[in-house]
Design a protein around this ligand. Structure first.
Ligand code: URA
Length: 188
């Protein structure tokens, strides 16, 4: 199975109720051999409309942080979400929706085999790193899970709501850049 085949299967997914209200499945976007994988929570309205992750206001902010450390979805990373379909009214995904969607993310992990996974916000961090993780306390720390490094940072939508936290997120991206230099072979 390659990335394109997985994507085609995912686009037809009907494993949970979100398929009834979505416009588009948001499989993810990036390069197929990315060493760095970013994982958000789930599509919002702009993402649902375009079928691409992080293309609304928070996506623009994310892209600016990425650019500052020479990363981009066109060049050297992959961006995915915990759930591939938009939860109505942008509510948190329900546990059964995240569960139903998990095999897609698992297969994305298996194909990419990322060296570093950056969790954008609490939902991704608690699902992928530790259910008790506090993004406020633990952002910017690297957790080694079976040889893959996981880090949580503040969700760009949270930074739009609370711009005073932007320097904290920027520090995380600087730490990420240093870690990429340390452990990745072909990102830079
Ligand atoms: N927020 C997310 O968590 N993911 C997206 O794709 C867009 C906004």
């Amino acid at each position: 199975m390659d990335f394109e085949e997985l994507k085609q299967e995912c686009l037809a997914c009907r494993r949970c109720g979100l398929c009834e209200t979505r416009t588009n499945v948001v499989f993810g976007q990036g390069v197929p051999h990315a060493e760095v994988l970013f994982v958000g929570e789930g599509p919002g309205a702009s993402e649902d409309a375009q079928g691409l992750p992080f293309v609304g206001r928070s996506g623009k902010l994310l892209d600016s942080y990425l650019e500052a450390i020479d990363l981009s979805r066109e060049k050297n990373i992959f961006i995915a979400n915990i759930v591939k379909c938009r939860p109505p009214e942008n509510r948190d995904p329900l546990p059964e929706e995240s569960e139903a969607c998990k095999p897609w993310l698992r297969q994305q992990f298996q194909l990419l085999r990322p060296k570093i996974v950056v969790c954008l916000g609490r939902i991704a961090a608690q699902q992928l790193i530790d259910p008790k993780l506090s993004v406020t306390k633990d952002h910017g720390r690297f957790f080694d899970k079976n040889g893959t490094l996981f880090m949580a940072t503040l969700h760009p939508a949270a930074l739009l709501r609370n711009p005073r936290n932007k320097p904290l997120a920027f520090e995380d991206f600087v730490a990420l850049r240093d870690k990429i230099h340390e452990v990745c072979d072909h990102t830079y």
